[in-house]
Design a protein around this ligand. Sequence first.
Ligand code: FEO
Length: 168
Amino acid sequence: MNERLEKAFNDQINAEFYSEYFYLSMLAYFDRMNLQGFKNWMNVQVQEEHAHAIGMFNYVQERGAKVELQSIEKPKTDWSSPREVFEDVLKHEKLVTSKINALLDVAEEEKDRAAVSFLDWYLKEQVEEEANVGKVLKTLNLICDDKHCLYMLDKELAGRTFNPPVIG
Ligand code: FEO
């Protein structure tokens, strides 16, 4: 891959590691709130982001390009409610989707068809990610306005499990 695409991939690796960090910060918040189901949901999210970052890391290496890790920005550490957390998650996933689209644009402009095909998986994954987050946010927005509902939702979110993705 050429230098322009290599840089764009490295930026996205950073964005995926930042996502892991951001969700880890949310996990700590849910732990402080003693919402163990929400914490579990976020833990799955953390693992998924790690898999996304490593999947891209391995791909860059496999292509014989250079992985250049960058600093990871300090994430937000406090939220006023679980709803605010999930609003941030959805906002963040939409940002990631736009970043993946921009990376795909670079791969297409550089006529790197192998990279375009690799990134297709990430684009599909974003559709799923936004849908998953949207589902929880919808419940929080439309149904959950008392502690009992939050407790029930917490029980439901405790059931989410991590299935290591097969990337590419
Ligand atoms: Fe790796 Fe949630 O995007």
